[in-house]
Design a protein around this ligand. Structure first.
Ligand code: F0G
Length: 360
């Protein structure tokens, strides 16, 4: 098996002999067993799918590689997207890798610093739109209708096709689907993609069951939970600050057909889960990504029957993307110290500790 989504899962993707086999090494991300979370929620096992380990630090790369390869096959030279940050980082990277012009529209002042830095570094043309993500998405839809520019938001079906490979990987490593799949929901492309992947593997006889799809929106940006678009979505989790998801109906299908649930979690619950993941599991993720774990914790509190069950939480992106969030959560500030041994010993209060060298 080669490197990347196209070579690993080519026969299960809509690619042809003419589709260029590009890759930045996306996919094949770790699925790790939690150390504490399973006990905390009363599951037999909780796994974390670490999508922050993708080349641009989020799950978007799985779909972007397919969308960009298909754009090249169609001889497109320009790609465009609206983004809360991760899609733009991914589009810009694959655009650069494939010599395409990349245009990204982002909500002004509302995307994480690291994501903006990525789009700048990869050389995308960045338009900071005086409006929210939903408005930016309307604009890129109009532009891609009007001009020969390829839209690489998840409205592009190739994006969903690529993203479904994460579900394949989960089944490939567990030997079957989990009982529950917990996932953050923003524009609702990813939950739709996972459902497609689990369904396809089940139909092909590669999985005995399909998971219950548990999607989690942020309370202030929970149109699917409320059943109506949210005009001014608000949440600290900027990646999922979306009021009118493009794949709304597909997300509802995933919920209904799997016997799952799309629910909302508060910003406080999201931040508590983000902190738990970092402090107890050693996994530093974006706030939006922690919505999956916040959701599982909520399910446990609300008495869902988790005993004996296996859950996978999708950790969609790395926390390094939004350093601005980390300090506000820290109750232990950094300590300044002179560059002298006795000064360091004093600060660490090592006088109280035995000075005998540790046995190795
Ligand atoms: N987690 C992260 C880190 C995201 O960046 C996104 C979406 C989601 C979860 C939600 O996934 O939209 O498929 O339901 N980010 C998009 C972007 C909107 O522009 O980067 P979804």
């Amino acid at each position: 098996m080669g490197v990347g989504v196209l070579s690993r899962y080519g026969p299960l993707l809509p690619i042809t002999g003419d589709t260029p086999r590009v890759t930045l090494g996306e996919g094949d991300t770790p699925l790790i067993a939690s150390r504490h979370l399973a006990d905390e929620v009363g599951c037999q096992e909780v796994y974390l799918k670490l999508e922050g380990c993708n080349p641009t630090g989020s799950f978007k790369d799985r779909g972007m590689v397919v969308a960009v390869a298909k754009a090249m096959e169609a001889e497109s030279t320009t790609i465009i997207c609206a983004s809360t940050g991760n899609t733009s980082a991914s589009a810009a990277a694959y655009g650069a890798h494939c010599d395409l012009t990349t245009i990204v529209l982002v909500p002004k002042g509302a995307i994480a610093t690291g994501k903006l830095a990525q789009a700048i570094a990869y050389g995308a043309q960045i338009l900071s739109v005086n409006g929210n993500f939903d408005r930016a998405l309307e604009l890129v839809r109009e532009l891609s209708d009007k001009y020969p520019i390829t839209l690489v938001n998840s409205l592009n079906p190739h994006r969903i096709q690529g993203q479904k490979t994460a579900a394949f990987e989960i089944v490939d490593s567990l030997g079957d689907a989990p009982d529950y799949l917990a996932i953050p929901v923003g524009n609702a492309g990813n939950i739709s993609a996972y459902w497609m992947g689990f369904r396809e593997y089940h139909e092909a006889g590669l999985a005995k069951k399909r998971p219950m799809m548990m999607g989690f929106q942020a309370e202030g940006a929970a149109p699917i939970v409320r059943g109506a678009p949210v005009e001014n979505p608000e949440t600290i989790a900027s990646a999922i600050r979306i009021g009118n998801p493009a794949s709304w109906s597909q997300a509802l299908t995933a919920q209904d057909a799997s016997g799952g649930l799309i629910d909302a979690v508060s910003d406080d619950e999201i931040l508590a889960a983000q902190r738990y993941l970092a402090r107890r599991e050693g996994v530093f993720c974006e706030a939006a990504s922690a919505a999956s774990v916040a959701g599982l914790l909520k399910m446990s509190r609300e008495g869902h029957s988790l005993a004996g069950k296996t859950a996978v939480c999708v950790i969609t992106g790395t926390g390094l993307k939004e350093p601005e969030l980390a300090p506000s959560q820290t109750d232990i500030p950094t300590q300044d110290v002179e560059a002298e041994l006795d000064a360091v010993e004093r600060v660490l209060a090592l006088a109280d500790v035995s000075a005998t060298p540790k046995q190795r």
